[in-house]
Design a protein around this ligand. Structure first.
Ligand SMILES: Cc1cc2nc3c(=O)[nH]c(=O)nc-3n(C[C@H](O)[C@H](O)[C@H](O)COP(=O)(O)OP(=O)(O)OC[C@H]3O[C@@H](n4cnc5c(N)ncnc54)[C@H](O)[C@@H]3O)c2cc1C
Length: 358
């Protein structure tokens, strides 16, 4: 490969932000381009804290111009909508971009556009940066809030919103229970807390349509809602499956070294990818931990050296913020809760922001 390889980082996802300084340090002459639709990338770990009012929005977002400048990378504000592994080109809203090595870290979209009225009146929690802006605008004149999706992210957001605006929050889950992914004891704790904070929970409920000031359920229940948030239905961007080998859900399939199957020199990381031999739940912690291996392997490909495997951890610590400055930590079925858990998470998050935003 040439002395100054062209490296294209598609999406300012968590893994790319961790990898970028390492790539620059090890390949001082590389031409590195980072492309993202927004000049800011939100940090999901602190987003519920932004909604609750514990953080200012800019404490929980990465300034991509600054990060690019610090790391000698070119930042393009635009969206990729295709990649040609043979021609080594990406098609983007900012024109075609050639590369020698590319990496895709674009997350998943939480869009529920199949629900009538969602596009006009709803907002998806992903992309996080757009959602954070919308929440800030909403607080100028707050009203009732509805959150669609009773997974951990939906419950965290419901508790955060209730902390900020009071008991005017509704959570809608189409399955028979909220946070089904959690063991029963922490699940019960979250349910009790939702009830205590006055969050109305509808289970086994499907949204029929979204109006400017209401959500209508399939059973015709009408819920007052000035802001309707989708925290469910996360899907990878459709162009991935058009251009790269993907699983049935449209996540790019990658080998142990994070290179896309049969596409040497093209990597995929974070929520938009699945490691075929070691699939893991979609979580920021996994994306963050891929960062250093991604950097190492991009450098290895550029230098014609052997890549190394990423060894994802089997279990990861989940810390759920509980609206106020209190948290719930879950590790392999055991859980603890209290204000010290929130302070612990706050320290981890602030440290990550300080280190990664460099
Ligand atoms: C409310 C909430 C709280 C969460 N809390 C936690 C937590 O505490 N711990 C945890 O581990 N996980 C948490 N998660 C999950 C976490 O958000 C994701 O797993 C994590 O963000 C995935 O990171 P990523 O690297 O895949 O990309 P993302 O962080 O999703 O970033 C993707 C980037 O790609 C950009 N992009 C998108 N499309 C394109 C395109 N076509 N072209 C170019 N760029 C594009 C986006 O603008 C974005 O900047 C939470 C999620 C939510 C919704």
């Amino acid at each position: 490969m040439q002395d100054a390889p062209r490296i294209l980082l598609i999406g300012a996802g968590h893994a790319h932000l961790v990898a970028l300084p390492d790539i620059r340090r090890r390949l001082p002459d590389a031409q590195i381009t980072l492309i993202d639709p927004s000049p800011f990338a939100a940090y999901s770990g602190m987003l519920p804290g932004v909604v609750a009012g514990h953080y200012e929005p800019d404490q929980a977002r990465f300034d991509l111009s600054w990060i690019a400048q610090r790391n000698g990378a070119r930042l393009v504000t635009g969206k990729v909508d295709g990649i040609d592994p043979k021609l080594r080109q990406a098609t983007t809203t900012a024109g075609r971009m050639g590369f020698d090595i590319a990496s895709v870290d674009i997350g998943i979209q939480g869009d529920l556009r199949q629900i009538p009225g969602f596009v006009e009146h709803g907002v998806a929690v992903k992309p996080l940066s757009r959602f954070a802006e919308r929440w800030t605008q909403f607080l100028e004149n707050p009203g009732p809030v509805t959150i669609i999706g009773g997974g951990v992210a939906g419950v965290e957001l419901a508790l955060a919103a209730a902390h900020c605006i009071g008991p005017h929050v509704t959570l809608i889950e189409k399955g028979p229970r909220v946070v089904p992914e959690l063991p029963s004891a922490p699940r019960r704790l979250l349910l009790e807390l939702l009830a205590e904070r006055g969050v109305t929970v509808h289970i086994k409920s499907t949204v029929a349509c979204i109006l400017p000031e209401d959500v209508i359920l399939a059973d015709r229940t009408r819920i007052a809602s000035d802001l309707t948030i989708a925290a469910a239905g996360g899907q990878p961007a459709p162009w991935l499956a058009r251009c790269l080998p993907c699983d049935a859900q449209g996540h790019a399939t990658v080998g142990p070294d994070l290179q896309v199957t049969d596409c040497p020199g093209i990597f995929a990381v974070g929520d938009c990818a699945v490691i075929l031999d070691a699939p893991r739940p979609k979580a920021g912690v996994h994306a963050v931990r891929q960062g250093p291996v991604l950097a190492r392997n991009i450098v290895a490909v550029a230098q014609g050296k052997a890549t190394v495997p990423h060894k994802p951890q089997k279990h990861h610590l989940k810390i759920v913020s509980l609206g106020g400055k209190s948290g719930l930590a879950i590790w392999r079925g055991a859980h603890v809760a209290g204000p010290w858990v929130w302070r612990w998470k706050d320290r981890i998050d602030r440290r990550f922001m300080a280190r990664t935003g460099r």
